[in-house]
Structures are given as C-alpha cells and as structure tokens.
Design a protein around this ligand. Structure first.
Ligand SMILES: [Zn+2]
Length: 490
C-alpha cells in the first residue's frame, strides 16, 4: 500500500503548507497591536520622528543602517537591511511627501523583526531573503505634507532625468542591489473606489508596465502573482476593497522603469477606508499584506498562482464622495428640481503641517446615480432650505461657550451662521456645527453650486430635520458624532 502512504503524506504536506501560509497572515493580523510603532499615530509624520526609531535599530546587530543619500534640504535618506538570503527585496516609501501610510507600516515591520516571536517564519524569511527598506524617500515633502520635493518636482516623473537627489538615490540603490523584488509604496486619494461598487479602493495594486505594449515578461508576471496573493489576503479583512491601478506605461515614472531595469515591481497604493481618516486600519493592512508577501516570496509558494487572477481584480475608479445626498428638492426661481449633491471635505493644513481642518466643497450636482458616498443620505421628499444668520451678535466668551450647548436649538430654528465681534485671531475654524461670521461680513446669495461650501437645511413636511454644515450631515433630532469643524468667514 505504499502509493497510498505517499498520497497521504503528499496530502498532509500540501495542507500543512497551506495552513502555515494562512496561519501566518491570521496571526499577523491578530497580534498586530504588539508590533505597532506607537509613537506614530497619524498621517502627518516628520523626518525627526523617524530618527530615534532608526537610531534604536542601530543597537540591533541584525540590522544594517546606511545613509545612502540626502534630500535637497539635507535630510538623510537611510537604507535599513536585514537578512542574509540571496534574493534581494527592496521596499521604498513616501516618495510623495503626503503619502505616509506605508512608512508607518515599515516601522511596524521593524518591530516585528526585533521581537522574539514568529521564529520559524522569520528564519525562513531572513535565510532566503535580504530585505532592504528605504522609508520616507521625500522627507522635505513630508515636512510640508506635500506631494512634491523641495525643487517642486514630482520625484515619480524624475526616473530618467534624475535631477532630484532623492530620485538619484533611489536609482543608485536599486542598481547596487539589483533587487529581485521591489515594493513601490504610495497613498492614493480616498475617493477612489473599486469599479462599479460603493467600496473604497482601500488598497490598490499594480505590476507596472515596462513598455507601451504592456507586455508581460517573466518578472512582471511574478509581480502579478504576488499581487494576487496579497489581494486574496485583503479580501478577508476588507472584502471588495481592493482595486487594480491603470497600467498605462509612463516612461518617466520609477515603478515602470524599475520594472524595466529587471526588478519585479509591485506598486501598493493606500486609499481610503470608512471612519479611518488617519489611515491606521489601512496601515495595519499594509503591515499584514506586505509581511505575508515577503514570506511567500521567501517560500516561493506564490508561483503556482494563476496569472489570469490578476485581471479579475476590479479596476480603480474615482467615484466616491465623503457625503452624497440623493433626490433632494431644490427650488430655483420658483421652480422645483431634483438634485443629487456630491460633497467632499477638503483638508487645509494648519501652520507647521501637523494637523488640519476641513473646508468642504460641493464637487458635483445633478444625476449622480453612478457615484457613491462614504455616507449617503436619501433626501427624497426633503426640501433644501437656505440657512439664516442669527439675529443677535455674539460678543462675550461666555456667549461663545454657550453656543456649544445651544447650536442644535439654533439649527432647528434655521440658523446656520452666527455673527461674532472680535473673533479671536487664533481661532481658525468654528468648533460647533454653526459657521461664525464677522460683524460686517456679507454672505453671498444662497445657491447650490459646484465649488460652494455645502451649507443648507433639509425640511420635510414643513419641519427642519437635517442640517448640512461644511459638508457634515447633522441630524437635528440627535446630537451628532463625527463632526469636526464649521467655517469662520471674517
Ligand atoms: Zn504617490
């Protein structure tokens, strides 16, 4: 009965490999909090916050840390390497300064490698691979929370001309490692969705093309397989929330060229996730899927994944709003019209680029039935009513504080603006869902229009039921929860 024993053994072996693979992902997800770098908590991270974390790695002999370049403003670009395997994996993040999600995940991954846990899995990774990280390639941009570097160029269009020291460094490091796998780590707009669904593209992937024909050579094919592997993982934690990035060839971009230069390149874009403005859940998904990908590259068990599955990942689309109001009745020159309104809450950075406030806009209006919202409100049988300016002028601090408890009362009476004398200069935005206007500020004529700040009331059967203030939907029958700020018009 020997053949049967072989079959049993083969079966046992196959299932245990499978179990091992899914187990590492699950336990990475479940134990994440243990490794999360707790000093990094929000998107606006700076170079100075990373330096003590990099210094701490220097005392750990398993890591090699080298300064491999400098930004225009003189900030060091550091390459952190671990492992002794023959396959080189190179990950770089934040070449766009306002795209920090993967940088944070990289520091979580460092904590994972420093811990005494996952011994077997780490042994497999570090004996088969040498893993190199270049976190925050654009520290000058990160300082200002802006996409471009200090020269004002997009580093991701500098792969050929190589004018930026940051781009030069990336090219030189890639060439010296001649890396087998490359992870090009970015963030994308939170308004991307998986095509024809209301699901945000929380993570989008791309195996960049290396020519206009979009040919698939062996290397690009391997990158596609690793992407399918990661997609399968994410479907478990964020079902439907993965997109496939457009693969048009961009001859000036790094991803496309690094693919061309012989590194199997994977682009990861961190997008949006409901109620995760600071992207900490998305950071966790980066951590889990990147580490799982590194593990499967070490074990080489991604190679049997069918290539066709890559095309099955839905395309990225950009059809999401923060708030979508459907079927509202709007009166213009005495006639009624039905409108959908798409609203986005745009971030305005505070001085120092450490924090932000919202200045919201109507992005589109009309038939928006092919669009979706993080928050959607069906305003069928609701009428749009302009807000009024409160008749009394607020002058004392006491009156100002009393607004905190009274705003709902004012909104119910149709007031969306309050006049105030001597608005403190340090006050950037109104902390209540009522706009503050200076004594002499003249409000423009009310109109629902693209580009306007979304501020109005919704009335049903003659009763005001909801207010929209700076793009936040306020239920007038209950205290709201997720409001951040209204505007000040001086
Ligand atoms: Zn980017």
């Amino acid at each position: 009965m020997r053949p049967n024993i072989y079959l049993v053994l083969l079966f046992f072996f196959a299932t245990s490999v499978f179990a091992q693979k899914s187990e590492i992902t699950e336990s990475l997800y479940e134990t994440y909090e243990k490794y999360k770098e707790t000093s990094l908590t929000k998107r606006r991270i700076k170079y100075n916050e990373l330096q003590p974390l990099l210094d701490a790695l220097k005392s750990d002999s398993r890591f090699t840390i080298k300064t491999v370049g400098k930004s225009i403003e003189g900030r060091n670009l550091s390459l952190v390497s671990i492992g002794s395997g023959e396959t080189n994996v190179f990950l770089w993040s934040q070449m766009h300064g306002d795209e920090p999600t993967a940088t944070q995940a990289i520091f979580d991954i460092f904590n994972f490698f420093r811990s005494p846990d996952f011994k077997k899995e780490k042994a497999a990774m570090l004996s088969n691979l040498t893993i190199h990280f270049l976190p925050m390639l654009n520290p000058d941009g990160a300082e200002r929370f802006q996409r471009r570097n200090l020269l004002g160029i997009d580093i991701n269009r500098d792969a050929l001309r190589l004018q930026s020291p940051e781009g030069k460094t990336l090219k030189r490091v890639r060439d010296s490692l001649d890396a087998d796998f490359g992870f090009n780590l970015h963030d994308q707009s939170r308004y991307y969705n998986a095509e024809q669904t209301e699901k945000p593209a929380t993570i989008s992937y791309l195996a960049p093309a290396y020519n206009y024909e979009k040919d698939i050579n062996e290397g690009r094919g391997l990158a596609m397989k690793v992407i399918v592997f990661m997609n399968n993982i994410l479907q478990k934690y964020a079902p439907g929330q993965v997109g496939r990035y457009n693969d048009d060839f961009e001859p000036r971009a790094f991803g496309d060229n690094i693919q061309k230069w012989g590194t199997n390149t994977i682009l990861i874009e961190s997008g949006g996730y409901a109620n995760d403005i600071e992207k900490q859940e998305i950071r966790k998904l980066n951590y889990v899927s990147i580490l799982s990908a590194i593990y499967t590259i070490a074990k080489e068990n991604y190679k049997n994944i069918p290539l066709e599955d890559y095309e099955k990942i839905p395309q990225n689309d950009r059809k999401l709003f923060d708030l979508k109001i459907e079927n509202a009745t709007y009166t213009l020159l005495g006639s009624d019209y039905i409108l959908d309104i798409g609203v986005n809450r745009l971030e305005v950075d505070k001085e120092g680029n450490n924090d932000f406030w919202y200045s919201s806009r109507i992005l589109d209006q009309g038939d928006l039935s092919t669009y979706y919202g993080y928050e959607t409100f069906d305003a069928k049988d609701y009428r749009i009513i302009p807000g009024k300016v409160f008749t009394e002028v607020i002058s004392s601090k006491q009156q100002f504080t009393s607004l905190k408890s009274d705003y709902l009362k004012l909104l119910k009476e149709g007031y969306t603006y309050v006049r105030m004398t001597n608005i403190p200069t340090e006050l950037i935005a109104s902390p209540f869902p009522i706009h503050i206007v200076s004594k002499n500020y003249e409000l423009p004529e009310f109109k629902i229009e693209v580009g306007q700040n979304p501020t109005f009331l919704l009335e049903k059967n003659g009763v005001l039921k909801y207010a929209v203030i700076n793009g936040f939907l306020i239920d007038l029958s209950s205290p709201q929860v997720n409001f951040k700020n209204a505007m000040i018009f001086r």
